[in-house]
Design a protein around this ligand. Structure first.
Ligand code: S3P
Length: 398
């Protein structure tokens, strides 16, 4: 198959498009090094596996025709990240041997950066071989233990290198210096930067794993409060935190701290979209938290990308209240831009209840109708339910 797809495929393309600039997207797996050395384009690329040898064959065809060979490291991005997926599914292990006591070195590239590198190589018409890899220097052990901390999981154990790997077991630091010198820079300099900056990466992998029935979806030991403006998330949340000895965090406050301006100012300068992007980012920054009550902004559920993150972050309680109560509670201040328009706050709140109730319902582990309760009573309900939720879990987080 490799012969048919890569080598014969390349021949057919060259024959069909004799005038075109050949760009062959190869793989850093053509470098067989296992000694942890730094590998540049001039380093030996004599693969030990047939698959690698066939990739080299296709590379040669591109080079003979004056074209470009891009050797791509492991591609990850939204919907695709084997390191994170395997960790969440509990199947990862750190592959160590005498030469790699912390596991092999990982060489990765974000899909967007792989694409930008390819565009750069063809638009700049740069012939020859280029490695396409980010700036990280990271062993599998370092990567997995940091990820385990971020996702509240125990660090994976060790295992011997997998001799059956399709592209061979290697341990090497692939260098991007040559490509960088031509003016290309990766947007995500390493995997952990991408986890924070890419709006979809963490969320999409959590979503992927949550639909695989075989593994229980991992929930961090926090309490997340959702519900409309004025439903009491911050007040009740503070009481819950006090009852359980948890920390308290309010996503709106984190956004304001980071933006160094008020929510109405953010809405004015960046629009609701800008505010929503900040809100999602704050959720990603909360990865790794434990023993925290997280009060969220009323609209956090409107962004589908936030769903898997919220669910992973903890036990979710939806605080409900009637329009009358919400209107009364929110009347006191004017720091909520969504209630400032032409429409009366009461009508707007009623519309938001209708729009958002299905979204709150889909995420909630617990739903509390708060109108008839004092806030300490609501808090007691949340705290007790969360305690039961976490104590019933088969594998307790940490
Ligand atoms: C919003 C709710 C607010 C705040 C922003 C938008 C919303 O938070 O995030 O004004 O869309 O419902 P609270 O629910 O804490 O008031």
């Amino acid at each position: 198959m490799y012969q048919a797809v890569y080598v014969d495929g390349m021949k057919h393309l060259l024959a069909a498009f004799p005038q075109a600039w050949p760009l062959y997207t190869s793989s850093t797996s053509v470098y067989p090094q296992t000694d942890g050395s730094t590998v540049v384009e001039a380093s030996p690329a004599e693969p030990t596996k047939d698959t690698g040898r066939l990739l080299r064959g296709a590379e040669e065809l591109a080079l003979q025709n004056g074209g470009t060979v891009a050797r791509l490291a492991g591609i990850y991005g939204p919907g695709r990240s084997f390191v994170l997926k395997n960790l969440l599914e509990g199947t990862s292990g750190i592959e160590i041997n005498d030469g790699a006591p912390e596991g092999r070195l990982l060489n990765q590239i974000h899909a967007d950066d792989a694409a930008s590198a390819l565009v750069h190589l063809v638009t700049q018409k740069l012939p020859g071989i280029y490695n396409v890899v980010d700036d990280a220097h990271m062993t599998q052990g370092q990567c997995l233990s940091r990820l385990a901390t971020l996702f509240n999981l125990p660090a994976p154990g060790i295992k011997p290198p997998d001799a059956a790997r399709k592209r061979g077991w290697t341990h090497k630091q692939v260098s991007n210096v040559k490509l960088r010198q031509t003016g290309w820079t990766p947007h995500y300099s390493d995997y952990f930067e991408a986890l924070l900056d890419d709006p979809k990466l963490a969320s999409s992998i959590l979503q992927l794993v949550s639909t695989a029935e075989a593994v229980p979806f991992h929930r961090a030991e926090n309490i997340v409060l959702i519900g409309l403006m004025g439903s009491g998330k911050s007040t009740v949340g503070r009481i819950v935190a006090h009852m359980l000895g948890f920390q308290f965090i309010d996503t709106d406050h984190l956004i304001v701290d980071q933006a160094r301006c008020s929510i109405p100012e953010i809405f004015e300068r960046e629009g609701e979209l800008g505010f929503r992007q900040r809100e999602s980012r704050v959720l990603r920054q909360l990865l790794g938290r434990r023993h925290t009550v997280i009060a969220t902004g009323g609209g956090i559920v409107t962004q589908p990308v936030n769903g898997p993150l919220l669910r992973h972050l903890g036990f979710i309680t939806w605080l409900e209240a009637t329009t009358e109560l919400l209107a009364r509670r929110t009347a006191a201040n004017n720091d909520r831009p969504l209630l400032q328009g032409e429409e009366s706050p009461r009508v707007k709140l009623q519309r938001l209840i209708e729009e958002r109730s299905p979204l709150y319902k889909a995420l909630a582990d617990l739903r509390i109708q708060t109108d008839e309760l004092t806030q300490p009573e609501s808090a007691y309900g949340v705290a007790e339910s969360a305690r039961m939720f976490f104590s019933k879990r088969v594998s307790k987080p940490n």
